[in-house]
Design a protein around this ligand. Structure first.
Ligand code: CO
Length: 215
């Protein structure tokens, strides 16, 4: 069956199964979304946010890109953050990486991948900052996996450095940013225990003087 027919047939079966389970599932969901979580993850097809967390449509707001990066001037990612925090009132933000990430590998191995090289540049800088620890890991696979973890930790802090998160904290909203990593080999998530829940979790130079902003 051609790909288009396959996808539409599967979609019809899925929608029928959902309504067989909960008859008003789609009519209820079509009125509004109230997801509890924002997921910032990798585009890798093997790491689908809702499936691996056992969540249904409507339960997780998702932003994915190559190597789950939070660039300072990525309008797409920043817009998702603003919408999640200010409109959807989401309080739990998850940055989730995964072991064996191809984006992190390309950065580590200095493989030239065209435009993507620009996107991955922060990972090369991150490697440079942790070269002592990383170069001491003899096994390339273990070195890659450690860099995948360090990248998640770095992106947790990047989320916290944004003005939208800092404004939320200044308003007294309990926004928490967590760092998880997913293992493709066994399907399990691991908490990196790097949760940041206030400005104390970021470097002083990145803490905005939010009271001056009148927010
Ligand atoms: Co990846």
């Amino acid at each position: 069956m051609p790909f288009r027919e396959t996808l539409f047939a599967q979609n019809r079966r899925w929608a029928a199964a959902m309504t067989a389970d909960v008859p008003d599932f789609f009519s209820r969901l079509s009125r509004a979304q109230t997801p509890a979580y924002l997921w910032i993850g990798c585009s890798d097809s093997r790491v689908p946010a809702s499936e691996i967390c056992g969540l249904k449509p409507g339960e997780v707001f998702v932003h994915r890109n190559i190597a789950n990066l939070v660039h300072d001037i990525d309008v797409s990612c920043l817009s998702v953050l603003v919408y999640a925090i200010e409109i959807l009132k989401i309080r739990w933000i998850i940055v989730c990486g995964h072991y064996g990430c191809g984006g992190v590998r390309a950065a580590m191995e200095r493989t030239e991948v065209g435009l993507v090289d620009h996107w991955l540049k922060p990972i090369r800088t991150l490697y440079h900052h942790h070269a002592g620890e990383l170069d001491a890991i003899a096994d390339p696979r273990a070195r890659l996996d450690r860099l995948c973890e360090l990248n998640v930790l770095d992106q947790v802090v990047a989320v916290c450095r944004t003005s939208v998160v800092q404004h939320a904290w200044a308003r007294g909203e309990p926004v928490a940013v967590h760092g998880f990593i997913y293992d493709l080999a066994d399907g399990l998530l691991k908490d990196l225990h790097a949760a940041v829940t206030g400005p104390d979790g970021i470097e002083p130079i990145h803490r905005l003087v939010t009271e001056r902003l009148g927010r």
